[in-house]
Design a protein around this ligand. Structure first.
Ligand code: ATP
Ligand code: MG
Ligand code: FE
Length: 336
């Protein structure tokens, strides 16, 4: 089974060709970060325009690198949502045209399912499992008893963790997207501020990061007002330590409560070195089998969409040419 997959939900125009859900024949990712940087975040209209300019080239390059032509393919997969509607539509229309022209089945993929299945690029998922999704727009704990079966057991009540990273970075004066910069800077600092750890009520798997974010911003303002010197590295480290404490503690608790042996981490923030290291230590101590995607498959890419699409293909979960982009899709309803 050879699937060509397309991802345009945010600010990466991506196309990948993947065999049997884990063998990458090509993986092209064109990032628009440079265009959005000066605005301090993704500007939806700018994103759509870039996708339109790039999508055909990205698809052609993916085919060329793989040394394949359309008749060699089994299906075309595309991110249906969640994401920016104008951005999604560019990928979806390209996928529909490709599917119609070459008579290939069309497979709509949930973006977060894609992030989870990025782990399959390393080795097959083992069930039952708990997955922590930490990305620019999502912070969720999901229980999976089998392939493409999703039960959300906890989620953020306000900001996503990636969003908090990007906002804190902005206040410190770091470029967008701030996550990787905070990660790097935190290595030179100490957890001297001891910011709050938002655990919420006992037993809850939900998250909340807006209070932590405000606490960082207020502390910075107070120090600056008083003319006190603040070491950015210490702020970065203190923020990151709070995030790591909360994410690891809740996730390990969920693994214990749901009596699973397998844990997977997914999404852009799974690239965080501190978070990876802490999960590795805890999982080793507690005999939990941990899986985190390789760095380049943590942030948005199309290979992860192709990895998820493989199981949808096997279940003939195909879409029609009336497929539309959706800025929100409940992942539980998406289960098959
Ligand atoms: P979603 O997947 O929820 O729709 P998205 O696709 O925009 O959102 P991703 O591409 O999964 O998000 O991840 C981007 C986020 O990951 C950004 O917020 C970025 O700052 C964060 N990020 C990337 N690398 C790191 C890192 N090393 N440490 C912390 N955060 C990081
Ligand atoms: Mg992105
Ligand atoms: Fe994403």
């Amino acid at each position: 089974v050879i699937i060509l997959s397309i991802e345009t939900s945010c600010d990466e125009t991506a196309c990948s060709i993947i065999r049997n859900g884990n063998e990458i024949l090509s993986n092209v990712v064109v990032s628009q970060i440079e265009s959005h940087k000066r605005f301090g975040g993704v500007v939806p209209e700018v994103a759509s325009r870039h996708h339109v300019e790039t999508i055909t080239l990205v698809i052609e390059e993916a085919l060329q690198t793989a040394g394949l032509s359309p008749p060699d393919l089994s299906a075309v997969a595309v991110t249906e949502g969640p994401g920016l509607i104008g951005a999604l539509l560019v990928g979806i229309n390209a996928a529909k045209a490709f599917s119609f022209a070459h008579e290939l089945p069309l497979i709509p993929v949930h973006h977060i399912a894609g992030h989870i299945y990025a782990n399959q690029l390393e080795e097959d998922l083992q069930f039952p499992l708990v997955s922590l999704i930490v990305s620019g727009g999502h912070t969720e704990l999901i229980y999976m008893k089998d392939h493409m079966s999703f039960e959300v057991i906890g989620e953020t009540r306000d900001d996503a963790v990636g969003e908090a990273y990007d906002k804190v970075a902005r206040v410190i004066g770091l470029p967008y997207p701030g996550g990787p910069h905070i990660d790097r800077l935190s290595k030179e600092g100490e957890d001297s501020f001891n910011f709050p750890r938002p655990y919420l009520e006992p037993g809850s798997y939900d998250f909340s990061f807006s209070g932590l974010k405000s606490s960082v911003i207020n502390t910075l303002h107070n120090h600056r007002q008083k003319g006190l010197e603040v070491k950015s590295a210490d702020v970065a480290r203190s923020f990151q330590e709070s995030v790591i404490d909360v994410l690891t503690k809740k996730t390990i608790q969920a693994v214990a409560d749901y009596e699973v042996e397998n844990l997977i981490i997914a999404g852009g923030v799974a690239a965080n070195s501190g978070l990876r290291a802490q999960f590795e230590i805890l999982c080793q101590e507690q005999d939990i089998k941990l899986s985190i995607p390789a760095l380049k498959y943590c942030t948005d890419n199309a290979a992860m969409i192709g990895a998820a699409a493989y199981h949808l293909y096997n279940n003939k979960a195909f879409g029609d040419l009336d497929l539309n982009g959706r800025n929100y899709i409940d992942i539980e309803e998406y289960s098959i």
